[in-house]
Write a protein that binds this ligand. Structure first.
Ligand code: URA
Length: 408
């Protein structure tokens, strides 16, 4: 039976709900072995899945754990998810913006994956900040202050967790049906009414082409319809890192700068305004243009920053205690020109190698290390001008780092 199911998919035929359920739940019980699951996942990667199979797999993932119910919290709860990027600290900025405008936000975030950072690791760089909350604590906090950013609870789509770990080491992460069911199962199980997905595309993203990003977008919207959830998607660039900072503490400090109105222009600021506006539009039932006016106002009058401080304090964090690495190496440009590219993948890998992410699951993170890009794409540089700062005790080769920038 197990081999028959693998062969059926290998030949490109659609599996039934019962076959998928038998196989995936068999894996959780230990009856289906790692090598058999790996083989089926690879067959799915190569052969794809029909919409019915994807809906079935999403259902199997959701039903492997608890589904949270926030229906007694007033207002439309809007969640947002990014498919993963380098320097992506948007959640830290937009959750308080959206909440400050009266739209409740319950955001369950993940840890870093490969060379992409995770919001939970970033938040943990704030001393004292508590990321493990019970369902009761989450509900109490949203009711009282309108926003909570927390780690995924252990019983949220637990099957996805084990399958994802296997995909990570078997070359089966980039399958669009598998990505869609993985993300959507977690979003639906975490109880939001409406969901915004930021699909990253480019060198530093899981998806490398716009065509694949469009396919994923359509699939996620279809899964949302099946579950009666409004899903909107944004396809955004991940050829270059988002904003200036890559590394946990540095990224939190950058998010704070944006919320304090100190940083007004970068690809990160633009994306935060775009995402927050979509969320506010969904939550309040107004146009994106109307929402954008409110979003900009909430940054300008510091109400979003006040909400951020309220959330951090509520969850026990102290932003005055955030530490960055004391030793800093300056990387200078050896020529005159304009920055036309900054390789997100290379900087993502570099940040992980400094200790900002994990190479193995059990690695601990050094929250204070990272990279600060002094110059962004489109900016002019002079010879000898500092283009990046490396927060690490390890001294890097100047040419190696400079060559991650494309200066023409
Ligand atoms: N993020 C997820 O949670 N799942 C995927 O499959 C890819 C990115």
């Amino acid at each position: 039976m197990i081999v028959d199911i693998i062969n059926k998919k290998r030949l490109g035929r659609a599996l039934t709900y019962n076959e998928l359920n038998y196989f995936f739940n068999g894996y959780l019980k230990g009856e289906v072995k790692d090598y058999q699951m790996s083989s089926l996942l690879m067959a799915i990667c190569i052969r794809g899945m029909s919409d019915e199979e994807i809906f079935a797999l999403t259902k199997i993932f959701i039903e492997s754990g608890n589904v949270l119910d926030f229906s007694d919290i007033p207002g439309i709860k809007v969640d947002k998810h990014s498919t993963g990027g380098v320097g992506d600290k948007t959640t830290l900025v937009i959750a308080p913006i959206v909440a400050s405008l009266g739209v409740p936000v319950v955001k369950m975030s993940g840890r870093g994956l490969g060379y992409t950072g995770g919001t939970i690791d970033k938040l943990e760089s704030i001393p004292g900040f508590k990321i493990v909350l019970s369902d009761e604590e989450i509900i109490k906090q949203v009711k009282e202050i309108g926003v909570v950013v927390t780690g995924q609870t252990a019983d949220l789509a637990p099957m996805d967790k084990v399958i994802y770990a296997l995909r990570d080491v078997t070359g089966t992460v980039s399958s669009i049906p598998l990505i869609a069911s993985s993300i959507m199962s977690k979003k639906i199980a975490s109880g939001a009414d409406k969901i915004l997905i930021d699909i990253k595309v480019g060198k530093g993203a899981l998806l490398k082409t716009k065509k694949d990003a469009n396919k994923l977008s359509q699939l996620m919207i279809k899964i949302g319809k099946f579950y009666n959830r409004e899903v909107r998607t944004i396809i955004s660039d991940m050829d270059v890192p988002l904003g200036h900072a890559i590394g946990n503490s540095l990224e939190v400090l950058e998010a704070i700068n944006i919320l304090r109105g100190k940083e007004k222009k970068s690809n990160l600021v633009d994306l935060c305004i775009q995402l927050a506006s979509e969320m506010v539009s969904m939550g309040k039932g107004i146009t994106v243009e109307e929402a954008t006016v409110l979003v900009k106002k909430s940054i300008k009058n510091l109400s979003a920053y006040d909400k951020f401080l309220e959330m951090i304090e509520y969850q026990g964090g102290n932003i005055n205690e955030i530490k960055v690495n004391k030793k800093v190496q300056k990387i200078k440009s050896s020529k005159y020109g304009t920055i036309v590219g900054i390789d997100a993948l290379e900087f993502g890998k570099l940040a992980v190698s400094l200790g900002a992410g994990r190479v193995n699951k059990e690695d601990t993170i050094d929250y204070g290390v990272g990279i600060y890009l002094e110059k962004l794409v489109g900016q002019k540089v002079r010879r000898g001008e500092v283009i990046a700062k490396i927060y690490s005790d390890v001294k890097l080769d100047q040419d190696f780092v400079e060559n991650i920038f494309v200066i023409e």
